[in-house]
Design a protein around this ligand. Structure first.
Ligand code: ADP
Ligand code: MG
Ligand code: MG
Length: 208
């Protein structure tokens, strides 16, 4: 996977987030402040613009630029968290021009570690971690088993989607939704839902 693969992934995330903006905002209206869709749409539109303005020469450069842009353009909880995730991936990939499935699995593992270092959420706290952690696990397992990237991405996307679904019965213990206490139960976490889109985008570009 080369630089154009990663810029393609980021473009596809931007497309899906724009398409699902109202849905993500509705999820956040139920247990937050109804801005998650607009936050991420603004952020990933800015990522697309930044990639067009200063085309990166490496996969790591593309992901680092995305992360920096997200931190700059998206406020709230999700901006720094997503920004950290992409910057960690970029840093882990370094200057390499060609990325293997194993490299990507390692990079996503460091994205998860960065998110957890910053936000201190564990699995079961009803956050993006509930989608990201199973996706990392699925990607890592597939890479270790020598799966084709397309199969690995499909497994990771499915794990993220199932992880997001599984947040419905959870009570939030982190972020704004935790202020609702037991009233946060019965709704899908918006950040977990958007993380599922990030993995769905990977599957979409990886299957092409
Ligand atoms: P805000 O809550 O500041 O309005 P967003 O609505 O954009 O920010 O993002 C909310 C999402 O951020 C939540 O649905 C959750 O997935 C994620 N989130 C919030 N706090 C944390 C945390 N401490 N760790 C991981 N994810 C978190
Ligand atoms: Mg919000
Ligand atoms: Mg907000």
């Amino acid at each position: 996977m080369d630089t154009s693969f990663f810029t393609g992934w980021l473009d596809e995330i931007a497309r899906l987030v724009a398409e699902q903006r109202e849905h993500l905002t509705r999820l956040d209206a139920a247990i937050g402040d109804a801005d998650h869709g607009t936050n991420l749409d603004r952020g990933f539109a800015a990522v697309k613009a930044a990639l067009a303005e200063s085309p990166p020469s490496t996969p790591g450069g593309a992901l680092t630029l995305a992360g920096t842009t997200l931190i700059r353009k998206v406020g709230g909880a999700s901006g720094p968290l997503y920004g950290t995730a992409f910057r960690q991936m970029g840093r882990t990939l370094g200057d390499a021009e060609e990325i293997s499935l194993k490299d990507l699995a390692t990079a996503m593992g460091s994205a998860l570690a960065g998110v957890q270092r910053l936000g201190a959420a564990a699995e079961g706290d009803k956050t993006m971690v509930d989608a990201l952690a199973p996706a990392v696990q699925a990607l890592t397992r597939a890479a270790e088993e020598g799966a084709e990237p397309s199969e690995a991405f499909e497994a990771a996307a499915r794990a993220a989607r199932e992880g997001a679904k599984a947040t419905v019965p959870m009570q939030a213990r982190k972020g704004r939704a935790s202020y609702l206490g037991p009233r946060s139960v019965g709704h899908e976490d918006p950040g977990a839902a958007s993380t599922a889109l990030v993995l769905e985008a990977l599957h979409a570009v990886g299957a092409a």
